[in-house]
Design a protein around this ligand. Structure first.
Ligand SMILES: Nc1nc2c(ncn2[C@@H]2O[C@H](COP(=O)(O)OP(=O)(O)OP(=O)(O)O)[C@@H](O)[C@H]2O)c(=O)[nH]1
Length: 197
């Protein structure tokens, strides 16, 4: 099996961005807004790529990028991933959250090269925390089926809670900074300053 067979890309951009105070997917770290940057970055590795967002985010749905909008089943990032899974149930998904400013081509390449399709997911973790980061990960088709069952049975939709007890492959970035999560305006400023130096 080729490592990118059936592997579709998904940039998660459907959050409320309440801590940032503005849509995190509109923030620009490189030459364009970050959802577009990540979309083009992961498109190199996947036969099809989409942005995952809410139906009311018309600035995204009408942006010209391929989009999958959330269905109304649950809330949160896992709903975005499961909505994509419902549209293309035969696919596995390379997922990247839009609030990861230091993810770059090599971060994605490493994820793809280390994919283990026999696990439920291949997931990054920082060396510091060793906790799975489910939003920079490859979710296999069977992993998404299992996640959906977990939500139905527990009522919990936190992707990390699900992955903590599951058969996953965990990998580490070259540098923990690649997984830096920008949620607040101070994080945005800090990430921008790192990028411009
Ligand atoms: N499609 C989709 N993506 C989501 C949803 N909620 C969060 N995300 C995405 O998942 C990633 C992590 O989101 P969070 O930081 O947990 O939540 P957020 O709503 O973006 O931000 P806060 O409102 O500050 O918590 C981001 O890329 C979000 O765009 C959702 O309901 N649907």
């Amino acid at each position: 099996m080729h490592l990118t067979d059936n592997l579709y890309g998904l940039v998660l951009a459907g959050g409320k961005s309440s801590r940032m105070g503005q849509d995190k997917s509109e923030l620009q770290y490189y030459r364009t807004n970050h959802r577009t940057y990540l979309y083009h970055t992961i498109r190199e590795f996947c036969p099809r790529t989409f942005v995952s967002c809410r139906g009311d985010q018309t600035h995204i749905t009408k942006s010209g990028l391929d989009v999958i909008t959330d269905n109304a089943l649950y809330k949160g990032p896992l709903n975005g991933i499961l909505s994509a899974h419902h549209v293309y149930p035969e696919a596995s998904w390379l997922v990247v959250a839009v609030d990861l400013p230091h993810v770059h081509e090599d971060t994605i390449k490493k994820l793809v090269e280390n994919r283990d399709p026999n696990k439920l997911a291949t997931v990054y973790a920082t060396r510091e925390s060793e906790m799975p980061e489910p939003l920079i990960a490859i979710w296999e088709q069977k992993g998404l089926k299992a996640a959906e069952k977990f939500i139905r049975e527990t009522g919990k939709s936190c992707p990390r809670k699900f992955l903590m007890n599951e058969d996953i492959k965990q990998i580490f970035p070259e540098n923990d900074l690649e997984l830096f999560n920008a949620n607040y305006p101070e994080d945005y400023k800090l990430a921008k300053s790192r990028i411009s130096h």
